[in-house]
Design a protein around this ligand. Structure first.
Ligand code: C5P
Length: 334
C-alpha cells in the first residue's frame, strides 16, 4: 500500500464582480480570491480492491485560530452523498484515463481509497468541495506518478468546478472567465486575520446565481483590470475599502438574516465584512488574531450562527503534506 497526503485551502472572495450569464449559463466573473488557512486534507492510498472509495471526516473549525476541536464526525450530508458526486472522487476519476494512457502505476484498474478530512463547511461559499477536489488532484497525481504540471492540474480542475483552480493556486489570485482562469497577485507576505461565521444550513450556488439573475444584478461590463488602488492595498495587510461581492445582494435576498451577522461583526470591532462567495458564510476582517477571536465571541450568542472560525490569509495553494495534522490523524478509517 502506498499513501500520499495533500491539503488545499478554502477561500474568501475579496472582490467578486459578476456579469450577465453567457450561452453556457455561467456568469463571467472578475474576482480576487484569498486562500485562507482553513484547509482540507485528503489521504489517497492504493488498495488491491478495484474502484475508488471515499470516506469523509468532518471537524469543527476552531474559533481560537488553533487546531480544530473535538472528535471527527461522519458528516451526514456527505455520508449520504453518492461517491460519484463527491468532488474528491470526481477528481480522481478525471485522472484515471491519464494513468491508463501512461501505464503508470495505479492504472485505472487499480483501487484507490480516499479519506477526506474536512474543516470547511459544505455549501458555505468557501469552496470546501473545490478544495477537496484540488487536494485529491495533487495527491493522486503524485500517487499515480502522472507528472502533471500545475497548469495541467488547473485544466483538469476547471472541468470539476469553477473554484477548483483557485484552491490549486491559493495565495491571492485574480480569477477571470468563470473565475477559473487564474493569475496569482503579488503579496508582501504579511498575514491578515479573518473571522468566519457559519450558518446552520448552506446556500446552493446555482440558487444564488438564479436569484442574482432574477434581481437583474449582472454588470453589463466587467472591469478590464484591477484598479491600482486595489493592487496596492491587496498587497498590503488589509483591504477593507475594496471588499465587494456582487452576489451579496442575491444571498441577502435569500437570507436577510445574514446582514445582522455582518453588523454584529462591525460592532465587535471588525474592520469590514463580506459574504464569502455565494454565502452564507460571513467573513469579517480583523486587525489581529485577538480581534478576530473577539468577533467570533460576539457571534456565538447569535442564533443564526452555527459555529465560528478564525483563520489567516493568504495561505498556500494545494500541496503535498508529509503527514496529516495531529487533529486529523485519528487512526485508520480505511
Ligand atoms: O462550477 P461549479 O460547479 O462550482 O458551479 C456551480 C454552479 O454555479 C453552476 O452550475 C452555475 O449555476 C453557477 N456558476 C455560474 N457562474 C460561474 C460559476 C458558477 O453561474 N462563474
Amino acid at each position: 500500500m502506498r499513501e500520499v497526503i495533500a491539503s488545499a485551502p478554502g477561500k474568501v472572495n475579496l472582490l467578486l464582480r459578476a456579469g450577465r450569464p453567457v450561452d453556457d449559463g455561467y456568469h463571467p466573473l472578475f474576482t480576487v480570491f484569498e486562500a485562507v488557512s482553513l484547509r482540507e486534507y485528503v489521504a489517497a492510498r492504493t488498495r488491491r480492491k478495484p474502484g475508488i472509495s471515499v470516506q469523509t471526516m468532518v471537524y469543527r473549525p476552531s474559533s481560537s485560530g488553533g487546531a480544530p476541536a473535538g472528535a471527527p464526525d461522519l458528516a451526514e450530508e456527505l455520508a449520504g452523498l453518492p461517491a460519484e458526486r463527491h468532488l474528491a472522487v470526481r477528481a480522481a476519476r478525471a485522472l484515471q484515463p491519464l494513468a491508463a494512457a501512461r501505464s503508470s502505476w495505479g492504472a485505472s484498474s487499480a483501487g484507490l481509497q480516499l479519506t477526506v478530512h474536512k474543516t470547511i463547511p459544505a455549501a458555505g461559499g468557501m469552496a470546501g468541495g473545490s478544495a477537496d477536489a484540488a487536494a485529491a488532484l495533487v495527491a493522486v497525481n503524485e500517487l499515480w506518478q502522472l507528472g502533471l504540471s500545475p497548469e495541467q492540474l488547473q485544466a483538469v480542475g476547471r472541468t470539476l468546478g469553477a473554484d477548483v483552480p483557485a484552491c490549486l493556486v491559493g495565495e491571492r489570485a485574480l480569477g477571470l472567465g468563470r473565475g477559473d482562469h487564474m493569475t496569482v497577485l503579488d503579496s508582501d507576505g504579511s498575514r491578515r486575520w479573518w473571522a468566519f461565521a457559519f450558518s446552520h444550513s448552506g446556500l446552493s450556488t446555482p440558487a444564488v446565481f438564479r436569484e442574482f439573475d432574477r434581481l437583474g444584478l449582472g454588470e453589463s461590463e466587467l472591469p478590464a483590470a484591477l484598479e491600482e488602488g486595489f493592487l496596492l492595498q491587496a498587497g498590503g495587510e488589509r483591504t477593507p475599502k475594496h471588499l465587494r461581492n456582487d452576489l451579496a445582494a442575491a444571498a441577502l435576498s435569500l437570507r436577510p438574516e445574514l446582514a445582522r451577522i455582518g453588523q454584529e461583526a462591525l460592532a465587535a470591532g471588525a474592520e469590514a465584512w463580506v459574504i464569502s462567495g455565494s454565502g452564507p458564510t460571513i467573513a469579517a476582517l480583523a486587525d489581529s488574531e485577538e480581534a478576530a477571536q473577539a468577533v467570533c465571541g460576539a457571534w456565538r450568542v447569535l442564533s443564526e450562527v452555527s459555529s465560528t472560525a478564525v483563520a489567516w490569509g493568504p495561505d498556500a495553494g494545494a500541496r503535498i503534506e508529509d503527514a496529516l495534522p495531529g487533529w486529523a490523524d485519528v487512526g485508520d478509517f480505511g
